[in-house]
Design a protein around this ligand. Sequence first.
Ligand code: NAD
Length: 318
Amino acid sequence: MKNDNRKIVLVGTGFVGMSFAYALLNQTACDELVLIDVDTQKAEGEAMDLNHGVAFSASHMKIYAGGYSDCKDADIVAICAGVAQKPGETRIDLLQRNTAVFHSIIAPVVESGFRGIFLIATNPVDIMAHVTQRLSGFPASRVIGTGTTLDSARLRYMLGSYLEVDPRNVHAYVMGEHGDSEFVPWSQAMVGTKPVLTIVEESPQSYSVKDLEEISEDVKNAAQKIIAAKKSTYYGIGMSMVRIVKAVFGDEKSILTVSTLLQGEYGQADVYIGVPCIVSRDGVCGVLEVLLTKKELEKFKLSANLLQDAFGGIRFEQ
Ligand code: NAD
């Protein structure tokens, strides 16, 4: 970052993109926001709508619809663009179509001279982050997927309610794919500095391991439940993205379960997957290797293998 102007370019002004934009404005998390969408009219309308709230905001954010040349001096390019799964379409076909969408986005971003950090939210997010890294040729540290950041937030909220403590004092992660093979390493879940499993063991009349397993299932199924009720999910992911942006701009070195490229950590390599990472102004500057049990490591391996297979099935244009 060369100056104090924190600039973000957002590609994809749908539900997720605009929830992110609205949260950015309300949390004064950047100074300049450029909106890009294949539907240019939508991007323009969204910029107008957001600008009409600036008078009531604590922020002096500059917001406008722009083009890929605006990425040149951006600090972050956030991508929430994507196509929806067609009826009968396989996951790998969807991946292939989203890879084509990403091709049309990443190439002009890189051509602009962009030297910042990619933040990817488009699903399947682990694979789309890997696709971005492959297409851009950027160091993996500067291509971040939202990973299981939202899932970990959901877990902390649900565990906080169950144990009746502030979710901010619940330190627990969802790890693995942002999807069906994700899991909660309960051996590493803490309230304050006390292991959740110890709390459960000490109060069998109030808590049980079975309840914990139900909570991890509820976290995993949360998106489907919301989609069944209101067709899509967006506020939670929008706020998760702002959390990551703040960690970058504040050079916080905060630990967030974003999706990053493993290079030997947890016995895995060449796979983008959600793990606790240290996030700073340089992007992902480290992976925190928590001590998983043998069973938890097996779950992690299964999740990593699924992601590797899916990524391996993508055909990249030469
Ligand atoms: P949406 O359909 O509302 O928005 C997608 C936007 O992308 C549209 O405005 C569309 O015009 C735009 N777009 C499509 N192709 C484009 C291209 N080539 N260039 C520029 N823009 C293009 O969808 P949404 O509800 O906002 O969801 C967006 C993505 O976020 C989906 O992939 C969804 O699955 C994902 N998502 C991720 C998480 C997470 O935890 N990572 C959570 C919720 C949703």
